[in-house]
Ligand binder design. Structure first.
Ligand code: GLY
Ligand code: MN
Ligand code: MN
Length: 440
């Protein structure tokens, strides 16, 4: 399989679109993610801030991008850690300001220790500052300091911006619509992640531990240059009813289901897949009934994942309707389907949404409620479809259903006509899942 990437031209196009959106009299300040301490002098593996990476492609910590539309010396200024042979011998290679210009399209680049010196001047004369206040990264007080200095210099020049706006509505609206190259990268992450789920179905046996299955999946990601895009959920039996179960350390029992929610991240874009299958390779009658219902909800939600339909009202609405009617048929809910939807009785069994935007972040950015209304789908949006049913072990419910938890999750691209399922390579139909587990 070839490995797709985002080109430097595409990053330049993103910055151009972004600068048009913030306007010619604005300046944007976009910080990279900091390194985060795990313990003592050990860091967590570095993960770049998604907005910063989206606009720059630059994957180092301790960096700052400034976008100043129309600036005579160039609009894109990147501050980066300076080259330093001794530090690089200990901690790894750095692009340095030279590399920022040569390889990342920066018009000008400086060492990070020049930030405080240069920012007040860059801000001076701009009407609006686009910067997201309130992130827990320590930049706010520095930004305020630059503003104060730009304002203090107003006698000699035009002074500081008078407005501060968040970057997020601009970048996040852009990130919501995926380009052809982004879709290729997401398809790669999705295909490899689907293969990892297939592998989990093939190796799963009663008596294994959840962590052994997790290890198979993560090893598969790693062999393809990927890492988990979020904490994997590998939940046997009633652990599946804990929505964000991540302990992943219980033995797997014959007769139980195993729910796996795991997706790999490739070049900054993640997949998000859930499958549920029987540890011993064969569904029981009750498991089958719940599973078929979730699968039908998934099918109905996909059918309305088309341009013009609404993410919450239509897509989530379709799965709520299917699940509620099905739970009534199974005797797990009693009453009129519309009334059970109206009073949200279905939430005892299906308590989360049917999906979310996905891209660089698993729960990706983008406004779900523009103007207070459920967002209409448009081509280029990618979202998950993930209905589920989780039967609580309560006295009011016949014990034969207790602890059954099923979720089926795919990542779909909205396009003209039927959506494209990026994660279709891992089966969902019961006969296909059982055949795969038999080794057929
Ligand atoms: N893995 C988190 C989710 O499915 O939304
Ligand atoms: Mn999801
Ligand atoms: Mn998921």
């Amino acid at each position: 399989m070839n490995t797709p990437n985002i080109s430097q031209q595409e990053y330049a196009d993103r910055r151009k679109t972004f600068m048009e959106a913030i306007g010619p009299d604005a300046i944007a300040v976009v910080p990279a993610a900091p390194e985060r301490t795990r313990n003592h002098d050990v860091h967590y593996p570095f993960r770049q801030d998604s907005d910063f990476r989206y606009l720059t492609g630059f994957d180092e910590p301790d960096a700052l991008a400034v976008l100043a539309p129309g600036r005579s010396d160039g609009a894109f200024i990147l501050f980066a850690r300076p080259r330093d042979p001794e530090m690089e011998q200990w901690e790894g290679r750095r692009a340095g300001p030279e590399g920022a210009m040569a390889h990342y399209g920066a018009d000008e680049a400086f060492a990070v220790d020049e930030i405080d010196k240069r920012l007040p001047g860059l801000m001076s004369g701009r009407k609006r500052l686009a910067y997201t206040l309130g992130a827990p990264t320590g930049w706010d007080s520095r930004v305020i300091g630059w503003m104060q200095r730009a304002r203090a210099a107003a006698r000699k020049g035009p002074g500081a911006p008078t407005e501060v706006v968040s970057l997020e509505p601009f970048v996040h609206e852009q990130r919501l619509f995926k380009s052809a190259a982004e879709i290729e990268v997401m398809q790669y992450a999705s295909t490899v992640s689907a293969q990892a789920h297939v592998r989990a179905m093939q190796v799963c046996k009663a008596g294994m531990n959840e962590f052994e299955i997790e290890a198979e999946i993560h090893a598969y990601f790693a062999r393809h240059g990927m890492e988990p895009g979020y904490g994997s959920i590998v939940a046997g039996g009633d652990n599946a009813c804990i929505l964000h179960y991540t302990e992943n350390n219980a033995p797997l029992n014959d007769g139980d289901l195993l729910l796996i929610d795991s997706g790999g991240e490739y070049r900054g874009y993640t997949a998000d897949i859930t499958r549920t299958f029987p540890v011993g390779g064969k569904f029981t009658g009750e498991q089958r009934a719940i599973y078929e219902l979730v699968l039908e909800a998934h099918t109905q939600a996909c059918a309305v994942s088309v341009p013009g339909k609404r993410q919450r009202d239509d897509v989530h609405g379709a799965s709520i309707k299917t699940i509620t009617a099905g739970l009534v048929d199974l005797g797990l809910l009693k009453g009129d389907v519309d009334a059970l939807i109206e009073d949200e009785s279905y939430k005892q069994f299906f308590m989360h949404g049917t999906g979310h935007w996905i891209g660089m972040d698993v729960h990706d950015v983008g406004n779900y409620w523009p103007g207070g209304e459920s967002r209409k789908l448009e081509p280029g949006m990618v979202m998950t479809i993930e209905p589920g049913i989780y039967v609580p072990s309560t006295d009011a419910i016949d014990a034969r259903w207790h602890g059954i938890g099923v979720r089926l999750e795919d990542d779909v691209l909205v396009q003209d006509g039927a959506p494209r399922n990026l994660t279709a390579d891992v089966p969902k139909a019961i006969n296909e899942v059982e055949a795969l587990m038999r080794g057929a």
